[in-house]
Design a protein around this ligand. Structure first.
Ligand SMILES: Nc1ncnc2c1ncn2[C@@H]1O[C@H](COP(=O)(O)OP(=O)(O)OP(=O)(O)O)[C@@H](O)[C@H]1O
Ligand SMILES: Nc1ncnc2c1ncn2[C@@H]1O[C@H](COP(=O)(O)OP(=O)(O)OP(=O)(O)O)[C@@H](O)[C@H]1O
Length: 523
C-alpha cells in the first residue's frame, strides 16, 4: 500500500504565454486522501487555472509554461500517459457547456463510459444510477443544448461522477443552480464523501453552505500565491480582515451584522417602461410560458426567481425580442416590441446573457466594450474615456487587450455586463449577472446598477441569490412551471413558506438566521 499523499505541489508556478506575470506563483502544498478543500480567492486569482494544472490539462493544452513539480501518489504528473490523469482527477468546469462532446444526455454519459472501456451491458445501469443521483432521470433522452443552465450543470457532474475519480474538483458547481438544487447538490457531495474515498476540492465564492463538509480552506491572493491554508474556522475567524481585504466573501455566520437594509423603492412613474401582455411561449409542443402579464416601471428593480427550468431565461429573451411569443405581446415605451428598429432597440435596452461567451463578438476586451459605441457612430475620442472608466470599474484595465475568451469566468461575466453600460439605457435585462463574482466585484456591480436605477433605468434581474433579492429588489416575480406564481414585494415571498418550497427557493440568510435563533439553536 502506498503512503504517498494524493497530490503534492512543490514550488509550482504557471504562466500563460500571453501574460507577463505568473498566474500560479511558487505554490507548495500537500493534498491527502479524504481531504475536502475549499479553494478561495478573488476573481482572477488563478483558482480555475490551478484546477486545470492539477489534472495535467495545463500547460499541455494551452500556450503556457510551468516550473516546479506536481506529484500524484508520488509520481510526477508529467510521467502519466495522456488522458490518464484526468480520469483520476475529475473536474466539473465553471462553464458546463465547455465539457460536452455529444448532442444528447444519454450519449454524453455513454461517451464517458466508452472512454473508460466500460462494457455496453453495464452502461445502462450506470447511466440510470448517476442520473438518479443528480435527479435528472427524466432528461435522459433530451438534447443537451435544450436544457436550462442549471440542468446542464447537473449533467456535467454526472459525467464526471461516472469516472469515479480519486479527486473531484468542482469549479463553482452551484453557480447556476436554484437554491434548493444547490443545497441538494451539496448534500449529494456530502453523500459521495461518506460513501466513497473521493477527495474533493470546491472552488466557490460564497462558501456558507459548504462549510460543514470542508476540513481545509486554501486561500490564494491576487498574485496566485498561497495566503492561507488552515481549517475553515481559523481562516474565517482569525483572518477575517485579510479575507475581506482580498475581496473574498466572509461566510455569513462569521459576519457580525447580517441585517439587510432594503433600499426604499424610488419608482415614481405610472407609465410602464415595458408591458408583457398575456404572453405564452411554446417550443414545439411544450408550453414553456403560460399567460404571463406584468408591467415594468421606470427605475424599478425586479428580480425574477424560480427553479431551474422554470422559464426565466426564456422570459428574458422574449422581453429582449430574441424570441417571439406564441401568443400575447410585449410593449416597450408604449410601442409594440416588434415595431422597434433593431439599432434603436439595442441602444435603449441592454441584455446580458446567462452565458457571457454567447455575447462576445470581437477579439479584445476594449473592442468588446466599445463595440456598441462604435455602432452608434460615435468618434473614438468621445467614448475612449467612458470605455477606460468601465474597464477600471470592472477591474479589467490589465486585460484591455486580452481576448475575451482568455479571461477568468468572473472577468468574462463582468465584461458582458460592462458592454451594456456604455449609455444609460431605459431597460436592462440581466440573466444572473453576479454569478462567479467575488465580494468586491459583486458590490461594485450592484452599485453601478443602483446608480442607473436612480437615473430611471428599469432593471430586470434573474438570480438564484435570495440575499440579493432581499437587499435590492423592489419587486420579485416568482416563475413556477412557466406561470407567474407571485408578483409582489420580497417580504411577501419570504412569508410564503408553501411557495418557497414549491418553487425550490429559500429565505435570505438574515431570516434563516432569525428563525434558527428563535428556536434557540444559536445564542
Ligand atoms: N433551445 C431550447 N430548446 C428546447 N427547450 C428549451 C430550450 N431552451 C430551454 N428549453 C427548455 O425550456 C424550459 C425553460 O428553460 P429556461 O432556460 O428558460 O429556464 P430557467 O428558468 O432560465 O432555468 P435555469 O435557472 O436553469 O437557467 C426548460 O425546461 C428547458 O429545458
Ligand atoms: N486562456 C487564457 N489565456 C491567458 N490568460 C488567461 C487564460 N485563462 C485565464 N487567464 C488569466 O489568468 C488569470 C486567472 O484566471 P482564472 O480563471 O484561473 O481565475 P479564477 O480565480 O478562477 O477567477 P474567477 O473567480 O473569476 O473564475 C486571470 O487574470 C485570467 O485573465
Amino acid at each position: 500500500m502506498s503512503f504517498s499523499p494524493l497530490l503534492e505541489l512543490k514550488d509550482y508556478s504557471f504562466s500563460y504565454e500571453s501574460q507577463e506575470k505568473p498566474i500560479i506563483n511558487n505554490l507548495s502544498c500537500t493534498i491527502h486522501d479524504g481531504d475536502s478543500i475549499l479553494l478561495m480567492g478573488a476573481s482572477g486569482s488563478g483558482k480555475s487555472t490551478l484546477a486545470l494544472c492539477l489534472n495535467g490539462l495545463y500547460p499541455e493544452a494551452i500556450e503556457g509554461y510551468s516550473s516546479g513539480d506536481i506529484y500524484f501518489r508520488g509520481t510526477n504528473i508529467n510521467d502519466f500517459k495522456k488522458g490518464e490523469l484526468n480520469q483520476k482527477i475529475g473536474i466539473v468546469f465553471q462553464d458546463p457547456e465547455s465539457q460536452f462532446c455529444m448532442l444528447k444526455v444519454e450519449d454524453e454519459l455513454a461517451f464517458t463510459l466508452e472512454n473508460l472501456s466500460v462494457p455496453r451491458s453495464e452502461m445502462v445501469r450506470k447511466i440510470d444510477r448517476v442520473l438518479d443521483q443528480v435527479k435528472m432521470t427524466n432528461y435522459k433522452n433530451r438534447k443537451i443544448h435544450e436544457l436550462s443552465g442549471g440542468q446542464k450543470q447537473k449533467i456535467a457532474l454526472a459525467a464526471v461522477l461516472l469516472m469515479e475519480p480519486d479527486l473531484l474538483i468542482l469549479d463553482e458547481p452551484t453557480a447556476n443552480l436554484d437554491p434548493v438544487s444547490s443545497l441538494e447538490f451539496i448534500a449529494l457531495v456530502g453523500e459521495l464523501q461518506d460513501n466513497t474515498e473521493m477527495s474533493i476540492i470546491v472552488i466557490e465564492h460564497q462558501a456558507d453552505d459548504w462549510l460543514h463538509l470542508m476540513n481545509r480552506c486554501i486561500v490564494l491572493d491576487q498574485k496566485g500565491q498561497l495566503m492561507l491554508d488552515d481549517v475553515p474556522d481559523h481562516v474565517f475567524n482569525q483572518h477575517a480582515e485579510l479575507v475581506k481585504e482580498l475581496g473574498i466573501f466572509l461566510p455569513n455566520q462569521y459576519e457580525n451584522t447580517v441585517e439587510q437594509n432594503p433600499l426604499p423603492s424610488i419608482v415614481s412613474s405610472t407609465h410602464p417602461c415595458m408591458s408583457v401582455n398575456q404572453m405564452s411561449f411554446k417550443r414545439k409542443k411544450d408550453s414553456i410560458l403560460k399567460n404571463i402579464s406584468f408591467n415594468v416601471y421606470p427605475g424599478e428593480f425586479i428580480s425574477i426567481v424560480g427553479q431551474n427550468g422554470a422559464g426565466k431565461s426564456t422570459l428574458l429573451q422574449l422581453m429582449s425580442r430574441l424570441l417571439q411569443p406564441s401568443e400575447g405581446s410585449v410593449t416597450f415605451l408604449n410601442r409594440p416590441l416588434n415595431e422597434w428598429d433593431e439599432r434603436e432597440l439595442r441602444k435603449r435596452t441592454g441584455f446580458v446573457f446567462q452565458n457571457p461567451e454567447h455575447q462576445f463578438i470581437t477579439d479584445t476586451v476594449y473592442d468588446e466594450i466599445t463595440f456598441g459605441m462604435k455602432l452608434n457612430e460615435k468618434p473614438e475620442k468621445d467614448f475612449k474615456a467612458v470605455a477606460n472608466e468601465l474597464l477600471e470599474t470592472f477591474h479589467l484595465t490589465h486585460h484591455k487587450w486580452s481576448n475575451p475568451f482568455a479571461l477568468s469566468g468572473g472577468q468574462k461575466r463582468r465584461l458582458s455586463v460592462a458592454t451594456m453600460l456604455d449609455e444609460t439605457p431605459d431597460l436592462l435585462l440581466f440573466d444572473e449577472p453576479t454569478f462567479g463574482q467575488d465580494a468586491h466585484t459583486t458590490l461594485e456591480l450592484m452599485k453601478i446598477i443602483i446608480n442607473l436605477k436612480r437615473k430611471g433605468t428599469s432593471v430586470v434581474f434573474i438570480t438564484h441569490d435570495m440575499d440579493l433579492v432581499d437587499q435590492y429588489a423592489d419587486r420579485v416575480i416568482v416563475l413556477n412551471n412557466g406561470r407567474i406564481a407571485l408578483d409582489g414585494q420580497p417580504e411577501e415571498l419570504w412569508q410564503n413558506d408553501d411557495l418557497l418550497k414549491e418553487a425550490r427557493l429559500r429565505k435570505p440568510y438574515r431570516m434563516e438566521r432569525k428563525e434558527v435563533e428563535s428556536v434557540g439553536l444559536i445564542h
